[in-house]
Design a protein around this ligand. Structure first.
Ligand code: ADP
Ligand code: MG
Length: 177
């Protein structure tokens, strides 16, 4: 396991932009797990990611369906396994088959289905910073590259999220008071 990549976003649109930057690197059969509490921004991430893939349909939480599939430059499969019944449904639906079909698969609460997943995925954890200076719109975004195939893409991913890398200090924060 390599070091996680740490990024920060400061608004919902900023998270969508980060997701869009990652979508530029997307390939068929990519699996991305979106972890984090309710309201952390997992669905917002999926929306930004999908938009950059050329999905024109509105991306909503797949709350009452097992999987929402969208057509884009690459097809997007979007799952949410917040409810345990959905976890069982996901197992029933044959996740490996879905991944084999092609396109990119995003799973919200994907860390809950880890035992059922292939050991190669990008896990993106969204959370509110534990920081007195943080606003309600700040998020910490931790990217974990799991498996050799994702670790081999580290340089490209790092480059794609460079504007959001934690600790860089956004230029517009400097001397802007
Ligand atoms: P989840 O799918 O994780 O439950 P959603 O994407 O549905 O979360 O909701 C995230 C909420 O947080 C939205 O209301 C969004 O406007 C708000 N928000 C505020 N700041 C951010 C940010 N930096 N990134 C993502 N969402 C944010
Ligand atoms: Mg959601």
């Amino acid at each position: 396991m390599t070091e996680p990549i740490l990024a920060t976003t400061s608004s919902v649109d900023d998270t969508k932009a980060l997701a869009a930057a990652l979508a530029e690197l997307a390939r068929h059969h990519d699996l991305i797990l979106l972890a984090g509490d309710l309201g952390a921004g997992k669905t917002a991430f999926a929306q930004g990611f999908g938009a950059a893939l050329g999905v024109t349909d509105r991306i909503t939480s797949p709350t009452f369906t097992i999987v929402n599939s969208y057509e884009g430059r690459l097809d997007l499969n979007h799952l949410d396994v917040y409810r345990l019944e959905q976890l069982n449904d996901v197992l029933d639906v044959g996740l490996p088959d879905l991944l084999d079909e092609g396109g990119v698969t995003l799973i919200e609460w994907g860390d809950a289905v880890l035992p059922a997943l292939p050991p190669t995925y990008l896990e993106i954890h969204l959370e509110l910073p534990d920081d007195a200076d943080a606003t309600d719109d700040d998020r910490l975004v931790t990217l974990m590259l799991v498996g050799d195939a994702w670790q081999a893409r580290r340089r490209a991913i790092n480059e794609a999220v460079r504007p959001w890398l934690a600790g860089r200090g956004k230029p517009d924060h400097d001397g802007a008071n």
